[in-house]
Design a protein around this ligand. Structure first.
Ligand code: ATP
Length: 939
């Protein structure tokens, strides 16, 4: 083909062309492009991606840093200080605000980028036909002229003209805002039709809600309809969460309180005879002291670190609030196949109905491991030799009514397609029914694909000799409903089904019926009745060993695991027992039964049942709602197109990265890149860690703010006013030094703190519990008082000994202030070590388990030395050099925090133990393994 680029797609009214005209216009064919031509076009038009205006723009982010009442107070303080002639103080406050804004901006920007990068971790693929062969390729490599195959659950990869459709309905709300899915067809549409009426086109980025289709791509990437409006789209990379929102609320209340106290301080200072300028400065200092300037950055960073950690453990967060919510998850509702089990189906048993009306039929065992095409048929443990004709007919139908293929993977055999179907192909192959030959013998004419609603699939074939035949396979109940047999025989077959399912086997019933000789298409109407049962195929799908462990871990953590499956009740219960979800003979319930329950009955049922079988997607939604009505935080998995409503309703919607449909991923909060239940448990664990680390950061940061405020309050109210100048242990700019340099240097490393040992042995956090818990408040009060007392004491000691020793008052004053600041900083250093674990002592968690703490401490000590000894710091901060003995005194005073914290911990744990014991004695508590668990929050 020539090297020229194709005509600009936008100039052509594709909807007004017939399918074949569209194909020739785009220089393609039904068999698709050749690989080489596709590569050439990719080179010419570029990848099929839309550059979206991701997240918030830089300006908006910057504005968000500044648009904070606390920052306003600081800016006002700076302006006031300047107006009063305190230029250096004003400038330092300003510089600190700028620095803080810059740090916050950079961190949030990076956090935003990290979160955006997650989008790329969930691969987008498209099915294309190239050179007559179907294959799955990255959606980014789709080019104009590609013939694409789309089906329910897919995201349409690019704008395309439909070539063939079957019940195709597409949700085009991303483009048109119309939430009702649009029916599609292939007929030509008038030229003047609007976007929503171009029923023979599908648009990139829209979601297929049902049906299947083939289509030829007409434009990709930025040239698509969605690409053209992409500047209006905002990928939702919210970096706001319930926590940051409630912190912002706390911040606003705090600001009002702080401003009020600052005004009171100004009044008191004036009454005590402070010069007006000094009275104002005291007020400003208080405001600066009490505001936790570094906190927003710390929260954002902790969340971002959590997101990255979860991604490493195969749980990609799509919506940031999920990071927090995960930590309070109380119930996980999980799909069975592939998530709790391996989704490696192997047919183990075949059953064929009795030849006459009487008899039991025959159950045969299939041997052979996994996907290897060799095996044997056994009867009562002994080799059965050649498969009888009835068995061959069963295997043949199971293999033909099927979209899976066996393929060689190096030395081994694998399957392509649905593992359930793959197992049927393998079983046929093992027992000598050759796939290739049989497919040639019975070419397929049409098919009704499997859907969880129908629970079956059917295909129309041309049989040898020209007759047409329909094969059907699916859940036994669904298939038997369409088979012509009497009640007694039906009951007999169902008893056989129960027997096999009770061994944990997934069962497929297979049936067939002749069709009209000329029949060219197949739809649901042809499947109503008249089928003859060929038999049952029973397959096993072993539980994932890691899922068994993860379920144990969840139980220890007070999290209930519920299994939701489309499988038969007996199969589900057997697998549930193997997984440890349900006790032997425990309760399991069928979807049909669920559907009959009233809301109240349903609530009672979900509380006592952990296995739900034959569940349809709409049942999932009711289940989530019933669990939520009991105040539970519910995580729910889903992979199908119809799971979207349940995923949205759940507090945490979990989609499958490998097998999940695009529709389910779009609706989910979390996507598992390995489809594994164990990854949900890992994410919950990380969620709890993030929350713990936030609590630690708060428990570390807040006491310093309160402590400094106390220092100022005490000074203004009680210290002598010497010669018209008030004595202040610490100035506004020195406070900023502590709040922004020392606090941030020490609290950031807390975000890297390892998991608490009991992280998965305590009950889930009550989502309504405030983050400023009793524990944080008590801690804040104790530490603040100690810190303030230490700093004030040393300030007075240094000042009066120096003055008495004959040192000029001004120098003594600066030295004493420097000693006070150094004491506060050293207090923080000893205290941060205590904040590393909420319940365990330092020795228990390991002195060096988080080296970042020491990096933070080292950096801070270097900075503090600068503060004390560097001349330019003296100018900026009014500090002065300290003699060695002053350092020793500060260190000793700061160390008093250690015994105090030991007593606090002992008292807290004792109290928690007592609460736990009391709870154990009250039978109403439904939480397992919670001894000592409340310790963490000191509830
Ligand atoms: P889970 O929710 O645990 O993943 P599931 O997704 O395996 O369960 P479905 O896929 O809805 O459940 O399957 C329900 C039933 O439909 C199965 O028990 C089986 O009998 C039948 N079935 C599954 N796959 C097919 C298929 N490809 N063709 C025909 N019938 C099928």
């Amino acid at each position: 083909m020539s090297q020229r680029v194709l005509p600009p797609s936008a100039a052509i009214a594709w909807h007004n062309l017939s399918a074949s005209d569209a194909l020739s216009k785009i220089e393609s064919a039904e068999a698709g492009l050749a690989d080489s031509e596709a590569a050439r076009r990719l080179e010419a038009v570029g990848p099929n991606v839309i550059q979206r205006a991701k997240g918030d723009g830089a300006l908006k982010l910057l504005f968000r840093q500044i648009n904070d009442p606390l920052i306003y107070v600081l800016l006002a303080s700076a302006a006031l200080a300047m107006a009063m002639g305190e230029a250096i103080d004003g400038a330092v406050v300003l510089a600190v605000v700028v620095l803080n804004t810059a740090i916050g901006f950079v961190q949030e920007f990076r956090a935003g980028k990290a979160i955006e990068a997650l989008v790329d971790m969930v691969p987008q693929t498209a099915t294309v036909v190239r050179g007559g062969q179907r294959s799955a390729i990255p959606a980014a490599n789709v080019v104009p002229g590609d013939v694409v195959v789309i089906e329910a659950g897919d995201k349409v990869p690019a704008d395309a003209r439909l070539l063939s459709v079957k019940n195709l309905r597409v949700d085009e709300s991303a483009l048109t805002g119309e939430s009702v899915p649009s029916d599609k067809h292939v007929a030509v549409v008038p030229e003047d039709a609007g976007i929503g009426d171009r029923k023979n086109l599908t648009f990139g980025g829209t979601l297929v809600t049902s049906g299947t289709a083939t289509a030829v791509v007409i434009s990709t990437g930025a040239a698509t309809e969605l690409g053209r409006i992409s500047s209006m789209l905002h990928e939702a990379t919210e970096i706001e969460t319930p926590l940051t929102r409630s912190m912002a609320k706390v911040g606003r209340v705090l600001t009002i309180a702080i401003v009020a106290v600052a005004l009171v301080i100004v009044g008191v200072a004036l009454l005590r005879g402070y010069p007006p300028v000094d009275a104002m400065l005291a007020g400003i200092s208080l405001a600066v002291a009490a505001i936790p300037e570094g906190l927003p950055a710390i929260i954002t960073i902790s969340l971002a670190i959590g997101v990255q950690r979860m991604a490493r453990r195969r749980a990609v967060i799509r919506k940031l609030p999920a990071v927090e919510t995960l930590g309070s998850t109380g119930v996980i509702c999980s799909d069975k196949t592939g998530t709790l089990t391996r989704n490696e189906m192997t047919v183990r048993a075949l059953w064929t109905p009795p030849a006459g009306a009487a008899g039991d039929g025959e159950t045969l065992e299939v041997t052979g491991v996994g996907y290897a095409p060799v095996g044997e048929l056994r009867r009562g443990g002994a080799p059965a030799g050649e498969a009888p004709e009835a068995v061959r007919a069963l295997l043949r139908a199971g293999m033909l009514c099927n979209d899976a293929r066996m393929k060689r993977e190096g030395d081994a055999w694998g399957i392509e397609g649905d593992p359930t179907e793959g197992a049927l192909v393998v079983a046929a192959q093992k027992l000598g029914v050759d796939a290739g030959a049989t497919r040639r013998e019975y070419p397929r004419v049409d098919a009704v694909p499997f859907s969880s609603e129908l629970q079956l699939m059917a295909t129309l074939h041309e049989a040898p000799g020209g007759d047409r035949v329909i094969f059907m396979k699916g859940a036994p109940e669904a298939v038997l409903g369409r088979v012509a047999i009497g009640e007694a025989e039906r009951a007999h077959v169902m008893a056989q089904v129960e027997r096999m399912a009770a061994q944990g086997m997934r069962l497929l019933a297979v049936a067939s019926r002749p069709a009209d000789r000329g029949a060219a298409s197949l739809d649901e109407a042809h499947l109503a009745e008249g089928f003859a049962l060929l038999g049952l195929e029973g397959m096993i799908d072993p539980p994932r060993p890691e899922a068994i462990d993860a379920i144990k871990a969840c139980h220890a953590a007070g999290i209930t695991v519920k299994m939701i499956t489309g499988d038969h009740l007996a199969t589900a219960r057997a697998i549930g027992e193997q997984l440890g979800i349900v006790a032997e003979g425990g309760r399991a319930i069928n979807g049909t039964e669920l559907a009959r329950l009233s809301e109240d009955e349903l609530r009672a049922a979900v509380a006592s049942t952990n296995v739900f079988a034959r569940v349809a997607p709409e049942h999932k939604l009711r289940l989530v709602k019933a669990l939520q009505a009991q105040g539970k935080v519910v995580a729910m998995t889903g992979d199908g197109v119809n799971d979207a409503p349940a995923l949205k309703q759940a507090d945490i919607g979990v989609a499958m990265g490998i097998t999940g449909t695009a529709v389910s991923k779009e609706s989910a909060d979390v996507v598992l890149t390995d489809d594994n239940f164990a990854s949900i448990q890992a994410a919950v664990e990380e969620g709890r860690r993030v929350y713990d680390n936030l609590v630690k950061a708060l428990a570390f940061v807040l006491p310093t703010n309160l402590g400094e405020a106390l220092i100022l309050l005490v000074a203004v109210m009680t210290f002598p006013v010497l010669g018209g100048a008030p004595l202040m242990p610490i100035t506004a700019v020195q406070i900023l030094w502590v709040n922004l340099v020392a606090t941030v240097a020490l609290s950031l490393p807390l975000a890297f703190e390892a998991m608490e040992k009991d992280v998965m042995s305590r009950p889930p956090r009550d989502p309504s519990e405030p983050i400023l818990s009793r524990f944080v408040l008590v801690r804040t009060a104790i530490v603040a008082v100690l810190m303030a007392a230490g700093a004030i004491g040393l300030f007075l000691y240094e000042y009066f000994t120096e003055v008495r020793g004959g040192v000029v008052s001004e120098v003594a004053y600066r030295e004493a202030q420097t000693a006070a600041v150094t004491t506060v900083v050293l207090f923080q250093i000893f205290y941060v070590i205590n904040c590393r674990s909420l319940r365990d002592s330092l020795l228990k968690i390991g002195l060096f388990s988080n080296p970042w703490i020491y990096v933070g401490i080292g950096a801070l000590l270097a900075l503090q030395l600068c503060f004390v000894y560097a001349p330019f710091m003296h100018t900026l901060f009014g500090s002065a050099p300290l003699p060695l003995d002053a350092w020793v005194r500060s260190t000793l005073v700061a160390m008093t925090i250690l015994p105090v914290m030991s007593v606090e911990r002992w008292w807290r744990l004792r109290r928690a133990r007592r609460t736990a014991e009391r709870e154990r004695r009250t039978p109403t508590s439904d939480v397992r393994g919670v001894a000592g668990a409340m310790a963490n929050r000191g509830a």
